[in-house]
Design a protein around this ligand. Structure first.
Ligand code: WTA
Length: 632
């Protein structure tokens, strides 16, 4: 049942096959799943549309491939192990059998509340098993889930609800994160004042904080489940029916809803999971992401559960109650594969090695990294102190839009190189483009990363705005998907991701559009104009530096900076709060009025000797003032 590659020559062999005969290759992989009806055609595609269909006319339900499929063989194996925020609160384990019953019951709750195939359901929840149950119950009845990270503000939430016209919101009373308890339902209430499509809200009780419950709209999760049957037949979905929408930031305007569909995503998330992590039956696997991001979708929920793995879900943060928390969890559950983000590694690295000492970490076989380029120093620290030099590191490059891992070593098979994502997975046809749109062939080249052939997990559209999908990803280079990342292929043919080449910054592995942050800053009534750039940050990878022109009224600079930070927190959420705000009297602009971000980036980086040509600026003096007022 597994399509796992076992050797390096096996990888090259599979890769060649996947390029020479992609349809045969993916048909073979797809054959190991349970389809209610097999496909008529494996692939139909046109990147100009874009119009991509995998496993045409096949019928399936992804949850049957997670639940029914494993029921008799793995019924008693833990599917989800939940570790709560407080180390002394008891965790929970859901076996595949228990998960099956919970998903069926909650699917019946959804049906009872009138949720139908194609309806949109927003999930705004903490990291509790019910969040995964909610996703699967939606998939079970054919509803389209859209998980919104529970750290986003009410404005971000209402924007997403409105964009997909959600009918239901699944949420909790509150959320425990480290030493804090955060209100969640109150944020939903605020968001719902600005929306009109939501008919019901189901509230999971987690923190037992008092919340307002609106009669006829709001229901308690546990009460909704009372007396509900655990018998539920999975809806029959077309391979290209929507599975979920996940909003992500781009270089312009508001976040876009990346659409993934049932068949291709299922095949790709499981295939990539098994191969990259070299998952063996019985392994305990832990990904520390939040389900609000694509990593949580593909590699906490769908990929591992499709593979019949045991997936750990952690509610808390790496540094609570102390910086040894991750390692205590690894020892507690004998974790075999551990997958986290460079920002977490750097934050823990800063605490030294003492917090690691009490733990053996000897169960670990594979370490993973995702979300941003991992710097060599963090790579070596992870390799030496966590992997004890015996665990391969899989540096996995991918995106919300790709659905699954695209470039990565296969653990223990592909020789690794610090800071390199190494080689593409089978089925992934990369192309490096020069600024003129020519493909750079051969080794030792650097350019923009594109993909020139479809893969099953790829984005199908941006919800409600297909043109935007086309313009963002398929218009820059004809017949290519453009990733937005720069890349280098070295003399060995290994890939190293160099970071974004567009106006997207990557803060602690979270994508932020600079335009989105600027829009939020501009909401402050005294702000006239702003420009946001990224700069290298020790822990976060990139920090947010904002240049702001303000009408000072009778505020001090300090007051104003604080107010602007609060505004961004309120409009987007704390993750978008600028690290540095410089109040300026003007911005460097060309005569046509375009902000010269290159200059602002250099100043933010502290790289002032090398500003390049400033003679085309409308007002070159502005640059002097900006350099003088630079925030350290
Ligand atoms: C960046 C996260 C370097 C990249 C799965 C990409 C990486 C963006 C890596 C997608 C990596 C992700 N090395 N950069 N291993 N993984 N990125 O959509 O810039 O949240 O375009 O998906 O993160 O972020 P997203």
């Amino acid at each position: 049942m597994s399509d796992r590659i076992h050797t390096l020559s096996g990888y090259f062999h599979e890769y060649q096959k996947s390029i020479a005969q992609p349809e045969e290759f993916w048909a073979r992989v797809a054959d190991s799943f349970h389809w209610k009806k097999r496909w008529d055609k494996v692939l139909e595609w046109d990147f100009d549309g874009p119009d991509v269909k995998w496993f045409q006319n096949a019928k399936l339900n992804i949850t049957e491939n997670i639940l029914e499929r494993h029921l008799y063989t793995l019924g008693d194996r833990p599917a989800i192990i939940w570790e709560p925020n407080e180390p002394d609160e008891e965790g929970r384990t859901l076996t595949y059998k228990e998960l099956y019953l919970e998903v069926c019951r909650f699917a019946n709750v959804l049906l009872g509340k009138g949720v139908k195939k194609g309806d949109k359901v927003i999930i705004y929840m903490p990291m509790v098993p019910e969040a995964a149950i909610a996703m699967l119950a939606c998939a079970r009845v054919g509803a389209v889930h859209s998980v919104v990270f529970a750290g986003f503000s009410s404005t971000s939430l209402s924007d997403r609800i409105n964009d997909c016209e959600a009918k239901m919101v699944l949420t909790s009373d509150g959320n425990f994160r480290g030493s804090k308890s955060i209100p969640v339902k109150a944020v939903v209430d605020e968001a719902l004042e600005k929306t009109s499509t939501v008919e019901s809200v189901i509230v999971y009780q987690r923190t037992k904080t008092e919340v307002d419950m609106k009669s006829g709209r709001d229901y308690w999760w546990h009460e909704s489940l009372e007396g509900v049957s655990a018998e539920n037949e999975a809806a029959e979905m077309d391979s290209e029916d929507l599975l979920f929408i996940l909003y992500t930031s781009g270089s312009t305007g508001k976040p876009k809803g990346v659409v993934h569909t049932c068949g291709g995503y299922m095949v790709y998330s499981k295939y990539s999971f098994e191969n990259v992590f070299q998952y063996s039956p019985g392994d305990v696997y832990w990904c520390t992401a939040d389900i609000g991001w694509i990593t949580g979708h593909s590699y906490i929920v769908y990929g591992p559960l499709l593979a019949g793995a045991t997936s750990i879900m952690f509610e808390g943060v790496p540094t609570y109650p102390d910086a040894g928390r991750f390692w205590s969890i690894v020892d507690k559950y004998k974790v075999n594969q551990f997958y986290t983000a460079p920002t977490a590694i750097r934050a823990l690295q800063a605490k030294g090695t003492d917090p690691i000492k009490p733990y053996s970490l000897k169960s670990l076989k594979v370490l993973g990294s995702v979300g941003e380029p991992i710097n060599e120093e963090a790579w070596h620290w992870y390799h030496t102190h966590i992997g004890k030099t015996r665990c391969p590191i899989v540096d996995t490059w991918w995106q919300t839009e790709t659905g699954g891992i695209m470039v990565s070593p296969l653990a223990g098979i592909t020789p690794t190189k610090p800071a390199y994502a190494t080689l593409p997975l089978p089925g992934v046809q990369l192309a490096i483009m020069d600024p003129e749109g020519n493909e750079l062939t051969g080794n030792s080249v650097e350019g923009n990363l594109c993909i020139k052939f479809p893969w099953p997990g790829m984005i199908r559209t941006t919800y409600g705005d297909h043109e935007r999908c086309k313009q963002t990803y398929f218009a820059t280079y004809k017949n290519h998907y453009f990733t937005g990342d720069g890349v280098k292929r070295d003399h060995d043919g290994y890939y190293r991701i160099l970071g974004r080449v567009d106006d997207v910054i990557n803060v602690s592995g979270h994508r932020m559009g600079t335009a989105e942050v600027e829009n939020a800053i501009n909401e402050h009534p005294l702000v006239v104009e702003s420009a946001v750039v990224g700069y290298p940050h020790q822990v976060k990878g990139q920090g947010i530096y904002a240049y702001v022109i303000c009408d000072m009224k009778n505020r001090t600079k300090e007051n104003l900076v604080g107010e602007i930070k609060d505004t961004v927190t309120k409009i987007i959420g704390p993750i978008a709060k600028p690290d540095k705000i410089q109040i300026v009297s003007g911005l460097p602009k060309t005569r046509s009025g375009k902000i010269m971000r290159r200059i602002l980036r250099k100043v933010a980086e502290g790289n002032m000797d090398n500003l390049g040509d400033t003679s085309t600026l409308l007002d070159p003096e502005v640059v002097e003032q900006i350099i003088e007022g630079r925030v350290e």
